[in-house]
Ligand binder design. Structure first.
Ligand code: PLP
Length: 429
């Protein structure tokens, strides 16, 4: 029985029916190789995870070396050197006064822990999040996820959650236009606190770029306005950098685009260890010290191999100047994509930061009818031409381009060329 058949028979349909028809044998750098020996240029990075590239030799060497020493002893029962080293490194690379870290295994676990810490630090219980936001698949993280498709057949959810309007300029929920709107969606958060909560708000949880929601990129001043509103209300700012972190957007963390913003808690996962499972949150003092021994734990959290991989991954990102490359290659790719937008009316919007790029496809420019089937068809055409990309957005009509941050100028050109060819063959393009 081959892998596709095994998936069909023995893997839950939730996975098997949505999976791409590629059987991956190996991957290196930006190249994914299937079992038939065909190479693909990976522009999705395992959902924005392998920022340093697949199987980076330094990351593998660090993980291998750690594996020979210690696989698991529980980093919350005993001191483990590599865990201490990674915590010190995160205090260094995260912005502002963020200092003390907790380690788990996934993005959802990082967000759950962040919310719990915020509740303990403030003594409050409510949380505000955003429509179109996504924070994971546990009950707590789905409760603050503003996407009903992700929430279906699983409620009721946690009470005490209010949602602000999405900073979705292309389809502004307030019917306004940037910059004449003066970022009204950010100012609206004041009303959300005043009208939709009991005033007992522990935290505002926000992705600086809303990834699963369709690479929604709020204006840079959005986060500063929001931070001020919540800090004035006595609440904490939890920045969900699970998808945007570790160079993806052309800064080490995307919240650095918003000057003067001091997150109280920064949550991360995905790109932290370039493929090894690890989640974390880092908090500033004294917020971090609200959790007392026994309040929180994760058996596999701070796994030594993942932590060793994370340390090597951060060193690679810094020494190979991948953050800078993400900014430059992002500009290059965006410029080409904007030219394509001029030629192809199906491209309604091109947006993103660094190498977190979204192309929103529509059936008509004026009515903006989402072109979801066409988006999937375009992904398939790109795959046939040897380029892997993602599809996302609440309406399923956003092509996601999120390659490893080491992508070269020539590879960016190839992505744009292949896209141009595929678009020219689309019936409605
Ligand atoms: C912004 C954001 N937060 C949280 C998560 C959840 O991460 P995980 O799937 O590792 O639980 C994701 C996953 O896509 C995400 O994009």
């Amino acid at each position: 029985m081959d892998t596709k058949e095994q998936y069909a028979r023995y893997v839950l349909p939730v996975v098997a029916q949505g999976v791409e028809p590629v059987v991956v044998a190996s991957a290196r750098g930006r190249t994914v190789t299937d079992v038939d020996g065909r190479d693909y240029l990976d522009c999705f990075s395992g959902i924005s995870v392998v920022n340093a590239g697949h199987n980076h030799p330094r990351v593998l060497a660090a993980a291998r070396e750690q594996m020979e020493q210690l696989v698991h002893c529980c980093s919350y029962v005993y001191h483990v050197p590599v865990v201490g080293q990674l915590a010190e490194k995160l205090a260094d690379v995260t912005p502002g006064d963020l200092k003390k870290s907790f380690f788990g295994n996934s993005g959802a676990e990082a967000i759950e822990g962040s919310m719990r810490l915020a509740k303990q630090a403030t003594g409050r219980r409510e949380v505000v999040a955003l429509s179109y936001g996504f924070h994971g698949r546990t009950i707590g993280t789905l409760s603050i996820t503003g996407n009903s498709a992700r929430k279906r057949n699983n409620g009721p959810y946690m009470s005490g959650v209010a949602f602000g309007p999405a900073p979705y300029c292309y389809r502004c929920p307030l019917g306004l236009k940037y910059p004449s709107c003066e970022v009204a969606c950010a100012h609206a958060l004041k009303d959300v606190v005043a009208q939709q909560t009991s005033g007992d708000v522990a935290a505002f949880v926000i992705e600086p770029v809303l990834g699963e929601g369709g690479i929604l990129t709020p204006p840079a001043e959005y986060l500063s306005i929001a931070a001020r509103i919540f800090h004035d209300a006595g609440a904490l700012l939890i920045v969900d950098e699970v998808q945007t972190g570790f160079g993806r957007t052309g800064k080490m963390f995307a919240c650095e685009y918003s000057e003067g913003v001091q997150p109280d808690i920064l949550s991360m996962a995905k790109g932290i260890a370039s493929g090894f499972p690890l989640g974390a949150f880092t908090a500033r003092e004294p917020v971090s010290d609200a959790m007392k021994p026994g309040d929180h734990l994760s058996t596999f959290g701070g796994n030594p191999i993942s932590c060793a991989a994370a340390l090597a991954n951060i060193a690679v990102i810094q020494e190979e100047k991948l953050v800078e490359n993400a900014a430059l290659r992002g500009e290059q790719l965006m410029a080409r994509l904007r030219l394509l937008q001029e030629k192809h009316p199906i491209i309604g919007d091109v947006r993103g930061r660094g190498l977190m790029i979204g192309l929103e496809l529509v059936r008509d420019r004026k009515g903006k009818e989402p072109a979801a089937a066409e988006t999937k068809a375009l992904r398939a055409k790109l795959r046939e031409q040897g380029v892997l990309v993602g599809v996302g957005g609440l309406l399923g009509n956003v092509l996601r381009i999120q390659p490893p941050l080491s992508i070269t100028p020539a590879e960016c050109d190839r992505v744009a060329d292949v896209l141009e060819l595929a678009l020219s063959k689309m019936p409605t393009a």
